[in-house]
Write a protein of this length. Structure first.
Length: 647
């Protein structure tokens, strides 16, 4: 627990202690404990209870028990409101006469047992501050706490100079000294509890960075005794009136506070200059990088944005816009994906998605939208901040690269097919020669041609995926039979018998058998490449009523945490010295992920470095309409982008 939070807890406990003193006074009939030397003003029984409830609610809030804390705060607020209603309309609801009565019985004149109007106002201010804090509105909470502090300060001055109007209403309905002290402790506890948020966080952070906070407290610690001495030795012994004494102490306080006010003004000016300079640097950086900024207020759905943001969307610039309006500017086929991405971002994931925007002139541009959620202390998402960047040139370069790969792969496919035919013919002819050396060479040539053919087909599949032309030939087939076939084939290819298979029961799945076989072959190939030769590779499957999950586990080098999220990206390979000798282009896992996605399934991994990795993928048990949608994204999922707000 932070030191400021500990202090706030101690202050709240001390507040309960003061209220308990008054409570004991009523139970035992001890007038001194009731009034605490407050010139006939008592801490009413109900005030004792409400301070204890308020402090208990504050402690529950501090320890994370929000619901019971808010319940107690609302009870105190309701009681305070009803008692204030009694004062204003001169009625007696009997709220304060349930437990104890004061001596005078006329409720309209002296309000027996009634908590003072000022006491009710103080409690209502505290309750409002706490409710705002619970909602995450820390600036407003601290403003109400500051107002409460001013009321308490007035009561303290009233007690000090015997000005009853500042702390008393009616003969028996004032704010006693221990009531004032209990409330002072409580409001101070609020400031300490919220020291890391709102206005206090901003100013204390800036002041602390230059040690001004320490200087300020040190100065006040020295000045406070001077004020007390001024009051005791000069004003009380000079025979002046209370009014003159009050004015004198206020003037003296202002004079002593002047140096602090001057330093605060200098600091505010310095912060203003720093903020202006930071904004200028940010604008220059954004202009140089071509980034647009946006800030989404999640509860309202209103987006504050920079001018560049509007330019990148091909939109007329307005400082504020809505998600619904921006969604209308996105290419129709990309709207389901960005809705899904925003919904995932609300769950804590980082927003990063490439979409197309439709301009008024009919042109289409690619943009990269990035963003991150900002939540309140309760973990409720409140804002999303992000950037937008034009990546049209990058996408054009990628398209040219994919086109080149596709053309080259297609051109290589024809001569490679002829080469494989020649090798197969040579193998058949070599059988008559009975030359083992030639047979071995031809067998290796056949293996390498198969490998090259597989690589070229992979590049062609990458091109098809980029063009949206990869088609699935789905049908029902028995899964165990496929898994068993792939495993036997792997034993032959890799010449190892460390494969283990835990199959499902006899189960039929609806999928492209050839493509699922390719996914399994890719995962098994990686498991073999990145694990010791004598370590096992485990293949298993489990199923539910809707899907089957297949896993491939190895006991190899494992995958660093940083690389796991990027592992299914095209051409991505882990940068490790040991991998320099392991062949590959970084397309196998990408193709596997795309094939699984087209089936409407999921693919993921679990890994621990130097222990091993497990790759999982799922496929539906029956025909899935989701696999036919663009990127497998839901089209009917509500999103914060669909909120309609008038600006």
């Amino acid at each position: 627990m932070k030191i400021t939070k500990k202090i706030s807890v101690y202050l709240a406990v001390a507040s309960i202690a003061f209220a308990t003193v008054g409570l004991v006074g009523w139970v035992t009939g001890n007038s001194a404990l009731k009034s605490f030397f407050s010139a006939e003003v008592t801490m009413k029984f109900n005030m004792c209870l409400m301070i204890i409830l308020s402090s208990s609610g504050f402690l529950l809030y501090n320890f994370g028990h929000r619901k019971p804390a808010i319940t107690l705060i609302l009870i105190v607020a309701l009681l305070s409101f009803l008692i204030l209603f009694e004062h204003i309309f001169q009625v007696n609801l009997g709220l304060d006469e349930i437990f104890f009565r004061d001596k005078i019985e006329n409720p309209l004149l002296e309000a027996p047992g009634r908590v003072s109007a000022l006491g009710c106002i103080n409690l209502l201010l505290f309750c409002t501050a706490m409710l705002f804090a619970a909602k995450g509105w820390y600036h407003s909470a601290q403003l109400f706490a500051g107002l409460l502090f001013l009321f308490i300060y007035g009561s303290i001055l009233g007690h000090a100079f015997h000005i009853t109007g500042l702390y008393r209403q009616g003969f028996y309905s004032g704010v006693a000294i221990h009531t004032t002290l209990a409330l002072l402790l409580l409001v101070t506890a609020v400031f300490f509890s919220l020291s890391g948020s709102g206005w206090t966080a901003f100013f204390s952070g800036k002041l602390r960075s230059r040690n001004l906070l320490i200087y300020g407290f040190s100065y006040l610690a020295c000045a406070a005794p001077l004020l007390v001495a001024f009051y005791i030795f000069f004003l009380k012994n000079s025979g002046q009136s209370s009014t003159f004494g009050l004015l004198s102490i206020i003037i003296a306080s202002l004079l002593i506070s002047f140096p602090l006010a001057y330093l605060a003004r200098l600091q505010i000016n310095r912060m203003d200059n720093e903020l202006r300079k930071a904004n200028e640097q940010l604008e220059l950086s954004m202009e140089a990088t071509g980034l647009g900024l946006w800030d989404l207020d999640i509860p309202t759905g209103i987006i504050e944005r920079s001018e560049k943001h509007a330019v990148l969307f091909g939109d007329e610039f307005t400082p504020h816009t809505t998600g619904e309006h921006l969604s209308s500017l996105i290419f129709p086929e990309d709207r389901p994906r960005i809705r899904s991405a925003f919904n995932e971002a609300l769950k804590g994931k980082e927003l990063r998605i490439q979409v197309r925007t439709s301009r008024n002139d009919g042109s289409i541009r690619w943009v990269l939208v990035s963003g991150k959620i900002r939540s309140d202390r309760n973990g409720i998402p409140k804002r999303m901040l992000g950037t937008i960047m034009d990546i049209s040139d990058q996408k054009e370069a990628e398209a040219k690269k994919e086109s080149f790969i596709g053309v080259v792969s297609h051109e290589l496919k024809t001569p490679l097919t002829a080469f494989k035919s020649y090798v197969q013919l040579a193998i058949r002819l070599s059988q008559d020669l009975q030359d083992e050396k030639i047979a071995s060479i031809l067998a290796r040539a056949s293996q390498q041609s198969d490998r090259m053919s597989s690589m070229i087909m992979g590049f062609l599949d990458v091109t098809r995926i980029g063009n949206g032309k990869l088609q699935l030939q789905e049908s029902f087939f028995e899964l165990n039979e496929l898994l068993d076939s792939i495993l036997n084939e792997s034993k032959t290819i890799y010449s190892r018998d460390t494969f283990k298979f835990t199959g499902c029961e006899q189960i039929m799945v609806w999928a492209d058998r050839t493509r699922i076989a390719e996914v399994l072959s890719n995962l098994i190939s990686n498991a073999v490449k990145y694990s010791p030769r004598d370590s096992p590779v485990e293949l298993s499957c489990n199923y539910s009523s809707t899907e089957v999950v297949i896993s491939v586990k190895d006991y190899g080098m494992g995958i660093p945490k940083y690389d796991r999220e990027k592992l299914f990206e095209l051409f991505y390979r882990i940068d490790r010295k040991k991998q320099d000798t392991i062949s590959g282009f970084g397309i196998g896992l990408y193709l596997s992920a795309e094939v699984v996605r087209l089936h409407g399934g999921r693919i993921w991994l679990e890994s621990e470095e130097h222990v091993g990795s497990t790759f999982f993928f799922s496929i539906p048990l029956g025909p899935s309409t989701e696999s036919k949608k663009v990127q497998g994204s839901p089209t009917g999922t509500p999103s914060i982008l669909d909120q309609k707000k008038s600006l």
